[in-house]
Every structure is written in C-alpha cells, then in structure tokens.
Design a protein around this ligand. Sequence first.
Ligand code: B12
Ligand code: SF4
Length: 495
Amino acid sequence: MSGDISIITRPAGAYRMRTYLEDNGYSIEVIDYFHSFSDDSLHEVLEKYITEKTLFVGLSATFLLVTTEDRALKVIRLMQWIREKYPHVKIVVGGNETKLSIHKLTKSIVDAIIWGFSEKAMLHYLDHLSGKRPDPVQFVDYLGFDVLDGESGNYKNDTSNLTIKWKESDMIALNYLPMEISRGCIFKCSFCSFPLLGKKKNDYIRDTSNLADEIKENYERWGVNNYIFMDDTFNDNIYKIEQVLEAVRISGVKITYGVFMRADLMAIFPETIPMLVESGLKTAIFGFETLHPVAKKAIGKGYDSDKQFEAIIDLKSRADIFTSSGFIVGLPGEPVESIYQTDEFLWKNKGKILDSWGWWSLSIKKSAFTRKSAFEKDYQKWGYTIVGPGDRNWEQAQKNAIESPYELIWKNEHMDWIDSMKIAGELNSKLPMRSHDGAGLSAWDITELMGLGIPIKELIDEQKNHNRFVNPATAKPLIAKAVSIIKDYITSKTI
Ligand code: B12
Ligand code: SF4
C-alpha cells in the first residue's frame, strides 16, 4: 500500500454510473481511492474481479488530475498491465473531459474515451459489446483516440432519476457523501467550461421523490446525513430550492450540506435565504471571481457587490454557515493593484462576509472535445494573446500545484499566465492550509471535516480566531480514524 492517503472526499461519477448500469442488468465493481493503492494491490484487486465475462475496465477521469509524472505513469502502468494480462477486456476512459488525465495515454492502451454525462451512451457501448445490440457506438477520431461526447445525439440523459445506490462494500463509514441535485447551469459565464451551460430554467433537475428516497435510504442504511451537493449553481432556480426543501421534509431526515451557489441570486431573491437555511446549508461556495467592475461585466457577473455582501451577511446571521468564494487572477480589464485591493478587502471583512477564499490563475485550455469556455473559443476578443504552450513552465507550474501541460500561456494588457500563477500562489499562501496533509485551501474541507464529527461552529471559529481550519487537538484523532477507515477499505478490496 502506498502512503498517499490525503483525500477523504469521494467522487459521485463512478457510483452514479454503476447505479445506472446495474439497473440495466450489468454488474459493476467500483474501486475507489485508486491513487492510494500500490501497483501490487491494484493488480490483486483486478485479479480478484476480472473474469472471462468482464467486458470493460473503466477509468473515471473527472477528478483524476494527473498533476505529477508519478500519477500519470501509475495510470499508464496499470493500463498496460490490463492490456497484456486481459486482452479481451476493453479499456474505457470516462468522466468529465480532462486533457490532464490522458496526456500520457496512447491509443494502443485505450479502446474508447467517453466524455461527460454518459449513462445512456455507456449503456449503448456495453449493449453492443455484450451482443445485446447490433449497432456500434459511433466514435469520432480526436487526437488519435476514439472519442464520444456522452451528451450528444440521442444520448441525452433522463435526469429525473439521479440516484446513487451505495453498497456495504463502498466506504460508507464516514458521514459524508456526494449527492446529485441537478446538472448544468442557467448561466454562461465567459470563463466557465462546465457542461450543460445556458440550460433552460427547469432542465436537468431530479424529481423530488427520487431525491427524498436517496436521503432517507442513506440515513436509514448508513446513518449518513451530511452531504456535498453536486450542482453547478444550486440557487439558479427558486423552484429547485423549493423541491430540495420539500424532499428534505418528505424524507424526515435533518441534513447538512455544502454546495456551489451565487450571492447575486440571494440578493435578487431574498426569499430563498431562509429556505437555504432550513434545507440544511452549512457550507456555501460563491463564485465571485472578481470585485473589479470591468472584469465583473466581462465574465457576466456584474451585479452590485455590496448588495451581494448584504445578502451573505443576512444568510450568516440566520445560522452557522461557512462561506467562501473563488477569485480569478487575470480576468479582462482587471489590473494587478485591483487584485491586491480585493484581497485586502477580504481580509478586513474575514468572517463577516467570507470565511475563506481561494485565488486561481485564469486558465485557457489548449483544446477540448466537449467543453470550451467563451474565452477559450475567442480569446482575442477578450484582449488575450497566446504566447505559448503551458508546458514550457512545467517546473514552475508544479511548484504552484497547477496542472499546466494543457494550459496556454496567455498575456493581456496587465499580466501573463505566469504572473497570474505567481500572484494567486502568493495570495493563497497567506490563507490556512488543510492542517492534516498540507494540501491547499478548500471550503469543501469544511463539509468533509463536519463529516468527521467536528461541529460547524468550531470550524468557523477556528478559521476566524486562529486563521486555521481546525484545532489540531480535535482533528488529529478524527483524521487518524478516517485514514484507518480508508486503509480498511483498501484491504477489503484486496482480500
Ligand atoms: C462538485 C464538484 C467539485 C467538488 C467535488 C466534491 C466531490 N467529492 O466530488 C469540489 C469542489 C471538491 C471540486 C474540486 C475540484 N474540481 Co470540481 N467540479 C464539481 C462539479 C460541479 C460536479 C462534479 C460531479 O460530481 N458531478 C456529478 C457526477 C455524476 O458527474 P461526473 O463525475 O461527470 O460523472 C458522470 C460522467 O462523467 C460519467 N462518468 C464518470 N466516470 C466515468 C467513468 C467511465 C469509465 C465512464 C464511461 C463514464 C464515467 O458518469 C457520470 C454520470 O453520467 C463539476 C462540474 C460538473 N457539473 O460536472 C466540477 C469539475 C469536475 N471540477 C473541476 C475541477 C477543475 C476541479 C478542481 C481541480 C478545481 C481546483 N482547481 O482545485 C478540484 C479538484 C479536486 C480533486 N481533488 O481532484 C472540473 C474538472 C475538469 C477536468 N476534469 O479537468 C469540472 C468538470 C468543472 C469544470 N471546470 O469544468 N469539484
Ligand atoms: S461560473 Fe457558475 S454561474 Fe457561471 S456559468 Fe459557470 S457554473 Fe454557471
């Protein structure tokens, strides 16, 4: 076993796919914490589960950010091993499109790539492989791979049912699970490349009863009532919040959750604030990105900042809710001084408006098959020129823990990509790091730490009074317990 156990959080994608495929007659084994297994343990696990009937081994790439050579090579080694030992098994890469995760893969070890939400597309692929369906999936050649956009053509997924069925053999001993609420976002901010942007208001929202059933089942079977909600912009629709509140009521379970949302929508629809509180919101992650008037307008988030702050203060006055936001360095029209001014403002109001925040350098990806932001499609229009590929500064990028090989080095009137990384790194270095593993700041850790049993009030107070996420005395034994649960999970998969 390798010692790389740093992330307690787990992704939803593979579990959602398993639930869907098993509902359609297939049997799927999910091996989570892939990065924490040694090569030998991974071989043992695969030897245990792969039989002559096995159709495919899938790699879920949504969060498989292969930011180091080590991790990239681990993936390659595994795939080569599968290819040689089990030539009858297809190797499929899926999940949300990422160049980062496939940059070392070759066509000889990957049979297919299926990007994005893809329940229906994957079912078609398997039905053909297993002989249930004569017509094959129509892949497109992209960078030498057979690739399919999982949301294209007839593959639109039915999102009224987004159930994830957890099993005894999954690691459900921690009170912390992801749950899908809806897909897509009604907005189309110009830097954003989330899937299904600009959707119609009530598209891709799951049914209230379907959500209520999952909340109830997870509580009754596993004692879980603390969630991270999978939703790009939770409050982009009042109807959706009403439905979630209703689902929580029907389930009879008091839940807590963390989620992405927008503060301008709370200001415009103040009636949603008590609803958010009542439904169990505990960690709100806002996407301010900038406070600069020109940059705000350029990205499509131009609403009055003061009104947004008032809405957050209102939200915080009603319950213990941890608030945070991401900010981007390098947006159109924003000079360097403005970024430092924003940071100063955030520190001055720390705990009053935002409890924490993070700075990111603006990313302009080289290319993408399924998703491109407006900036990526037409960067000149926004005042950017491209100076070169990101790989040139791989070492620097690694130092800043930024996954660069598929980034472009951009330049605008105020800075270039390297400057923006440096500024983001400098500003983030003043913020508390996750004390248990030294990893970067993330408000999602708050939800995770709540799942370990640390009360939200303590987490907010620690952050405010000591500028640290957790009191090490409280957290250490809990984190040790979590790590031992993960280790037990790994052992359980190999024996
Ligand atoms: C919630 C979320 C988070 C949460 C995750 C919490 C958690 N435990 O899961 C937090 C805030 C922690 C987070 C962090 C980050 N995130 Co994020 N996040 C999301 C978000 C909004 C939802 C993800 C999700 O679970 N969706 C629901 C599941 C069901 O969808 P899914 O994973 O895509 O799975 C579906 C399909 O892809 C498919 N599938 C999945 N696996 C497989 C495997 C096979 C073989 C097949 C065939 C299909 C398949 O089946 C599922 C059903 O269709 C997405 C945007 C989005 N709308 O997807 C961004 C997103 C995944 N995040 C993104 C990024 C960049 C990050 C960060 C790197 C940000 C940062 N710089 O720190 C970090 C990385 C964290 C890490 N340690 O790896 C990018 C990923 C881009 C990429 N892959 O390169 C996305 C797509 C947003 C974007 N910019 O477009 N994120
Ligand atoms: S940045 Fe947020 S609000 Fe804007 S389009 Fe992306 S998910 Fe939607």
